[in-house]
Design a protein around this ligand. Structure first.
Ligand code: HMG
Ligand code: MG
Length: 311
């Protein structure tokens, strides 16, 4: 057999954008409610590592997600650092009003491709969610905020199983038309595999420009990094990640944390792709995250470190 030279990784970027979600996606799923000062400690450590985009909290119902009930208090004491952009989830107009009062510069709306998951998560159908976002996205943009969108369960739903990604394309079209600058495609329960990711991401890229898409990959089955590489190869340049692999969705049973930020950064740096993040300081942020939640975190590089024995 003759080996052909491969075109794989022939058009890699110099830089990708890491969108850190541990203070929101991570802490919303912890059994313990972390004190607000400890949340600030985590955010300070993440910012010190060079991370510039962070989702810090949610303006959702405190009855549904008590872990993030201190959103206003947190926003008041966030470290203000030049070039750092904070974002928060908002499910509805009430959430946007709270975010506006808290002066958050960016918000994210979220819904699921799966009807059942959407009902479990926000107590309404996907069409009701989209109708509600008409009162959120336009007014937020008019008020000078950047608005992101999340599309959950695109790779599979814990209640419905397989999902038709074409419905996700239709929802994304509507979110972008409303004014979202980017839609983050979610493998909420971490079931995706590389060929499936190739099919989904190619389908989305055939209609939407790469900068309007991000990948939000939970690492429940250890496939997030492989799926990230497929997205990278196809042209995606923004990846959501969570330090130490902290996280999950409280309304998606069995979902583990996001792709660990350290695993993402280790892999990208090893391929010569910059992130603006300092590896040692990122490891330190992971240690802060573990201390803040009082448990071991699953991230591989979080445990093993960046250096090999030979260095
Ligand atoms: P509901 O009970 O149907 O809401 O909840 P409602 O509109 O009937 O209101 C009920 C009460 O909640 C009222 O108060 C409202 O004022 C209040 P009451 O009269 O009973 O005192 N309320 C609010 N309070 C504070 N902030 C708000 C708000 N809205 C209403 N924004 C609701 C509907 C959407 C509020 C609820 O279902 C909810 O908060 N769900 C959030 C669930 C959530 O945060 N899930 C996790 C995030 S999504 C995720 O993790 C996936 C992601 O990471 C991507 C991926 O992994 O795929 C993004
Ligand atoms: Mg998530």
């Amino acid at each position: 057999m003759t080996l052909k030279p491969s075109s794989l990784f022939s058009a890699l970027p110099d830089q990708v954008s890491v969108y850190e979600v541990s203070p929101r996606d991570g802490l919303q799923n912890e059994a313990v409610t972390v004190p607000v000062t400890a949340k600030v400690r985590l955010i300070e450590a993440l910012v010190a590592s060079g991370i510039r985009r962070l989702e810090v909290t949610s303006f959702v119902s405190p009855k549904w997600v008590p872990q993030l009930a201190d959103a206003e208090q947190l926003c008041r004491i966030l470290p203000r650092v030049e070039g750092v952009s904070y974002s928060a989830l908002v499910p509805n107009r009430t959430g946007l009003d709270r975010a506006l009062t808290a002066e958050v510069p960016e918000v994210a709306v979220f819904l699921s491709v799966s009807e059942t998951h959407n009902r479990k998560n926000v107590n309404r159908s996907t069409e009701q969610s989209l109708a509600g976002f008409e009162e959120v996205v336009g007014p937020a943009v008019a008020a000078g905020l950047r608005v992101r969108g999340y599309l959950s369960t695109l790779w599979g739903c814990p209640y419905e199983g397989a999902i038709d990604p074409r419905r996700g394309v239709e929802i994304t079209r509507r979110l972008l038309k409303m004014g979202c600058y980017q839609v983050s495609l979610g493998d909420t329960i971490g079931v995706g595999t590389p060929r499936q990711t190739q099919e989904i991401v190619s389908m989305f890229l055939s209609e939407f420009a790469a900068p309007s898409l991000a990948l939000h990959l939970h690492d429940t089955r250890g496939t997030a990094l492989a799926n990230m590489l497929v997205g990278l190869e196809l042209g995606v340049r923004t990846f959501d990640a969570s330090v130490g692999g902290l996280g999950g969705c409280p309304y998606a049973p069995g979902a583990a944390g996001n792709l660990a930020t350290e695993d993402l950064v280790y892999t990208l740096h090893g391929m010569g792709i910059g992130t603006g993040i300092d590896p040692e300081k990122l490891l330190e942020a992971g240690r802060v995250a573990a201390a803040v939640v009082g448990r071991e975190l699953p991230g591989k590089v979080h445990k093993a470190g960046f250096r090999s024995l030979r260095q």
